[in-house]
Design a binder for this molecule. Structure first.
Ligand code: BG6
Length: 494
């Protein structure tokens, strides 16, 4: 019931994202009855694969995620997969001058496959490099494949700065209406992220203290243990600021800082998020020295440094300058948050994989016991999703009152027995249902770039290379000084 019949066309359909995230998410959606039996997944790539080759590839790479009791369902799902070879990418210039000699045969094959199915929901999922977004949309339009109920999904990165993001938005916007455009930030599909809104706006007790009177500062961390093996081609020109902060971390910041929206609908929520981005205090020029830190991991133990990661080409000047870690002291200049630092940090090759939002409250106004510590709320996105409020309690005993911080803890895994869906499942479900609330609106992406751009420019003008940090540690010394200067420290407890 409620299942949509859809043709989902995935550009970059044999790529890493498709194989690791999209195909598994589609399989789970299918298994949970959210795809109708006639729905098809059409992968587009240069691979020259037949349907059978593609199904074999998916079977080999994804089957280990299939429960033993669902082999029949898995076979049925494989039957919905198709592959169309198109030499996409080769002639794509990204300059707005068209795609020149792209493979007409490939587009013809897609056209034939889709013909006669105009009534279905049609989703074009662009999991290909951003320079292809505009050209592909034009090709789809010229081939007459864009129906009124079509949608287009854009994967990150949406450009590499404000100008390129605007150009992509213009190019895609020339073919699709804003309501048909779904810009992915997969962090918005994570359960805890959505729960943050529920925690804030479906409970009464937090909102009155959710401001500068009671909150000392906020920390948003996305730490990863992985390095960047095999990704240098992308990463040299991305770096942690573009790869993680412009999108994921700023999304977490907006949801933490936004005003209560009047409704839970798409525009009301996104309006409030944009206002937060617009209120971010710009960090320009030499301020970047004080408010931002760049780091790059170097080899330690048996882990290679960034420059020694396996890659198809030797490191360049861009490799030496790119940050694999960044920490930023941001400020939201509005009535609610004036004076409250929002510390953002993300890095590769850190000692733990952990994404979390830490809200550090101020100390009690007047203390009558020795040894207290201020309250802290930790929203953990991963590895295990949960919410923890650290409160002061009295340690049992007949002697003097001894205070001890103890957690009030909610683990989603323990509290709810239902399977927690992967971020991409939730987002694909929303795309199929046409609900864009958890996707980034054009003005939102651009507002985020507007804040990031001056930081990028300031970094480019700095002669120094990023500060080295040993692989497997919590980042360079500068990251600790960023908080240490004001007597604060990063939250490192488990
Ligand atoms: C992606 C980045 O957007 O997010 C990757 O490009 C990063 O570099 C990944 O590893 C992290 O996602 P998650 O869901 O594992 O936190």
């Amino acid at each position: 019931a409620g299942a949509h019949t859809a043709d989902l066309v995935v550009f970059g359909g044999t790529g890493d994202l498709a194989m690791r995230k999209l195909i598994p998410a589609l399989y789970h959606s299918d298994r949970d009855g959210r795809l109708s039996p006639e729905s098809r997944v059409i992968a587009m790539s240069r691979g020259g694969l037949t349907d059978a080759d593609f199904r074999g590839k998916v079977d080999a790479e994804v089957r280990d995620q299939v429960p033993a009791d669902d082999q029949a369902g898995w076979q049925r799902f494989l039957g919905r997969l198709h592959h169309v070879s198109v030499d996409v990418g080769r002639d794509v210039t990204g300059t707005g001058t068209g795609t020149g000699g792209t493979d007409r045969q490939g587009w013809g094959a897609l056209t034939r496959l889709l013909a006669g199915h105009e009534q279905r929901d049609r989703v074009f999922y662009l999991a290909s490099p951003p320079r292809t977004f505009g050209p592909f949309c034009r090709e789809l339009d010229e081939a007459g494949l864009v129906t009124p109920s079509s949608r287009v999904v854009l994967e990150k990165p949406l450009g590499h700065d404000l100008t390129s993001a605007q150009r992509i938005n213009d190019e895609v916007g020339a073919i699709f209406d804003e309501r048909q455009i779904f810009r992915i930030d997969h962090y918005l599909g994570k359960e805890t992220v959505q729960n943050l809104l529920v925690l804030r706006f479906a409970n009464a007790f937090l909102e009155p203290i959710w401001n500068s009177l009671w909150i000392d500062h906020v920390q948003i961390t996305a730490a990863e243990t992985v390095g960047t093996p095999g990704r240098r081609g992308y990463y040299d020109h991305a770096g942690a600021l573009r790869d993680m902060v412009q999108n994921h971390l700023l999304q977490l910041l907006t949801l933490t800082a936004m005003e209560p929206p009047a409704r839970s609908d798409r525009e009301a929520v996104r309006d409030e998020k944009v206002k937060v981005l617009q209120a971010l205090r710009p960090i320009t020029g030499t301020e970047a020295d004080r408010f931002t830190v760049r780091g790059q991991y170097v080899g330690a133990d048996d882990m290679p440094g960034y420059l020694d990661e396996p890659a198809s080409t030797p490191p360049t000047e861009a490799s030496r300058r790119v940050e694999t870690f960044t920490a930023i002291r941001a400020e939201v200049k509005n009535w609610r948050w004036a004076g409250v630092p929002f510390y953002l940090r993300t890095g590769k090759r850190m000692p733990y994989r952990r994404s979390e939002i830490v809200v550090q409250f101020k100390d009690v106004p007047h203390s009558i016991y020795p040894g207290g510590a201020p309250n802290r709320l930790v929203l953990r996105l991963q590895p295990e999703e949960g919410i923890r409020l650290h409160i002061m309690a009295k340690e049992p005993g007949a002697g003097d009152v001894t205070l001890k911080p103890v957690p009030l803890s909610l683990s989603f895994g323990e509290t709810f027995s239902t399977r927690v869906p992967e971020a991409y499942e939730r987002l694909l479900t929303d795309v199929l249902a046409g609900n864009p609330t958890l996707f980034m609106r054009r003005d939102e992406v651009e507002a985020a770039w507007r804040w990031i751009d001056p930081i990028l420019q300031a970094w480019e003008s700095q002669a120094e290379l990023p500060e080295p940090y040993a692989a497997g540690t919590t980042g360079p010394a500068g990251a600790h000084e960023l908080l240490g200067r004001s007597g604060r420290a990063w939250h490192e407890d488990d």
